[in-house]
Design a protein around this ligand. Structure first.
Ligand code: ISC
Length: 409
């Protein structure tokens, strides 16, 4: 199963402390970038020491774990920093649908990281020379419908509402896609720059062409500690603080949004509880205010009962009700029946894992799959029995704003 590319064996993975790397995103050379950045900290990476397409199917996380054990296991590691993210690291993106192709793991050749003010540089084998050209804008962007037009999607939402009212399920998250075509090849570094600057409270990510700024942390794993930020229930930003406040108050008072949120929290609680010796789930959600929308948010914290890695936890948690629905199995059937598209990596787990099993994985939201001059943008909404299709469409448009801004500036 060994797939390391062009690296002498055993590959030497060396991590050294470094002084002030400055802005992480600004240090990316002209190579397909890997990134996980939150409030200026995290990691950026480039080059591919090893890469694998994870075979689709129900055993994909087990397969990924075995691959990682092989690749990390054969490395000779000299880690002078010893923090989560130092030493060998893999970035990964898993498709939403376990049966869809497109899940990938990559061990970059060079990683630049910063955590709690400490910075490091990891190299696998000889660090490649890379061009430090400034990113160029993509020029004019044209948008077209993806799998469904807006009216078709509203119709699908209406059908989901019918299924919910008939008692088949309680909640389904329906998404749609838009296709953007740029004048010139899209330089992902520019998108990362804009996302990290405009959405510092989100996790700006890039992995194998999947790029976005997600507010939803599926799981952070540090030693035995795990943390998840559950989001569901959305309203708009007002034009000023008073309107913002009124929108937020209406969100907290909305039965539909509170129940939608409760479903998402329950799905996370129920999957984490058997893995954890301790688990804290807040009674009430808090408010997460982002530049485009406001969300109901619950921070769930736990202490793992045994030595599960972050990927074990990801495998147990995906898909949460924030992107699938309740009950999960029926929601996935309804999504397949009504959405009319393959979600690809959208709403799937995206993040990184290190050799100790620590890592951070988000749910790939507010994102696009980039290929050359083309970007496929995704946005979805939690549908409940009392949802209004027009309001859900407007919510999806607000969520698209993140990637539209990344492309257009
Ligand atoms: C499915 C998405 O958002 C989820 C996360 C937060 C709030 C959501 C909502 O209110 O519908 C969704 O559950 C998306 O952004 O594509």
């Amino acid at each position: 199963m060994s797939v390391a590319l062009g690296i002498t064996r055993p590959p030497l993975v060396r991590t050294i402390p470094i002084d002030h790397p400055g802005d992480l995103v600004a240090r990316l050379p002209q190579a397909p970038p890997y990134a996980w950045v939150h409030r200026g900290e995290g990691m950026v990476a480039w080059g591919e020491a090893a890469r694998v397409d994870v075979p689709p199917g129900p055993g994909r996380f087990d397969w990924a774990r075995a691959w990682l054990a092989d690749v990390f296991g054969e490395a000779s590691v000299d880690d002078g920093v010893h923090v989560p993210g130092s030493g060998p690291v893999a970035f990964g993106s898993f498709t939403f649908d376990p049966d869809a192709p497109g899940s990938v793991l990559v061990v970059p050749r060079v990683v630049l990281g910063r955590r709690n003010g400490r910075a490091w540089l990891t190299t696998v084998g000889e660090a490649p020379m890379e061009l430090m050209t400034p990113p160029r804008g993509p020029g004019e962007i044209r948008y077209g419908d993806g799998s469904l037009t807006a009216p078709q999607w509203q119709h699908a939402v209406g059908r989901a509402i019918g299924e919910i009212r008939s008692g088949r399920l309680e909640k389904a998250v329906l998404a749609r896609d838009l296709v953007a075509t740029a004048e010139r090849e899209i330089d992902v570094r520019l998108l990362l720059r804009r996302l990290a600057d405009a959405y510092p409270d989100c996790y700006t990510f890039s992995c194998a062409g999947l790029v976005g700024a997600t507010p939803e942390l599926l799981v952070r794993h540090t030693g035995q500690e795990v943390e998840s930020l559950v989001l569901a229930g959305t309203t708009y930003r007002g034009p000023g603080p008073a309107e913002d406040h009124a929108q937020a108050a209406a969100l907290f008072a909305s039965r539909k949004d509170r129940y939608e949120h409760a479903c998402a929290v329950a799905s996370v609680r129920d999957t984490l509880a058997p893995l954890c010796a301790e688990l804290t789930v807040p009674d009430q959600p808090e408010l997460l205010v982002l530049p485009n929308v406001q969300h109901l948010a619950s921070r769930v914290r736990g202490r793992l009962a045994d030595g599960a890695s972050v990927l074990d936890v990801v495998a147990a948690m995906h898909p949460t009700a924030a992107v699938g629905g309740t009950p999960t199995g029926v929601a996935l059937e309804v999504i397949r029946e009504l959405e009319g598209m393959d979600r690809g990596g959208y709403a799937g787990p995206v993040g990184w894992i290190d050799g100790r099993g620590d890592g951070e994985w988000g749910i790939a939201l507010r994102c696009a799959q980039i290929e050359g001059r083309r970007a496929r943008l995704f946005a979805g909404c939690g549908i409940m029995g009392d949802s209004d299709p027009a309001a859900e469409l407007a919510e999806a448009q607000a969520k698209f704003r993140v990637m539209r801004y990344a492309l257009e500036g």
